[in-house]
Design a protein around this ligand. Structure first.
Ligand code: ADP
Length: 190
């Protein structure tokens, strides 16, 4: 079983590249952002709680996310691999993921860090906002999300550097070229 973390700031292309990975390798996809948006649509208690954080561009509290992630992971059966997209987003979450996987005799095999410059992120997210209908794709919230990324999420990079599973990927250029770089990294740990 291959456990892949796809990592990067908002707008770095995690969702886009995850779809391509699934198509090629047939892995399961766990996107915490997608799960949260579904909970909001279904107006669950979790959704209501998450919405207040998401709309402000803040992170949903670790405990809530870790709980949600563990349930999702337990529900997966017969998969060759999992792509974790949008998780872990704090060092606390990275540690929790390691523990969860350890219980199954597994670990994260590779952490792919999509590197994209700040202005490119803002341009992409503003463009996405015109079609996505996502309440957090407006300039004010985008800037907040990128700042939150720098403060709370970027430290996760050092965690995986120490684990020895960190792989930086140039996240700018053609989508297929970026995907090619991702495939190389995945194939090297398969
Ligand atoms: P993006 O990468 O474009 O910000 P996501 O769909 O991954 O989009 O996340 C949207 C929002 O959902 C985040 O800004 C945050 O509020 C919340 N969220 C998603 N994943 C997590 C997580 N692992 N921990 C805390 N909050 C999260």
């Amino acid at each position: 079983m291959l456990n892949i973390v796809i990592f990067g700031p908002p707008g770095s292309g995690k969702g886009t590249q995850s779809e391509k990975i699934i198509e090629k390798y047939g892995f399961a996809h766990i996107s915490t952002g997608d799960i949260l948006r579904n909970e909001i649509k279904a107006e669950t208690d979790l959704g209501k709680k998450a919405k207040s954080f998401i709309d402000k561009g803040e992170l949903v509290p670790d405990e809530t996310i870790i709980d949600m992630l563990e349930k999702k992971l337990e529900s997966l059966e017969n998969v060759d691999g999992v792509i974790f997209d949008g998780f872990p987003r704090t060092v606390e979450q990275a540690k929790a993921l390691k523990k969860m996987l350890q219980k199954r005799g597994e670990d994260v095999n590779v952490m792919l860090n999509l590197e994209v410059k700040r202005q490119e992120l803002i341009d992409r997210l503003l463009k996405r906002g015109q079609v996505s209908g996502r309440s957090d794709d407006n300039l004010e919230t985008i800037e907040k999300r990128i700042n939150v990324y720098g403060e709370q999420t970027a430290p996760v990079i050092d965690f995986y550097k120490e684990e020895g599973t960190y792989r930086p990927i140039t996240g700018e250029g053609e989508i297929d070229d970026i995907f090619g770089r991702i495939c190389e990294a995945i194939d090297s740990v398969k």
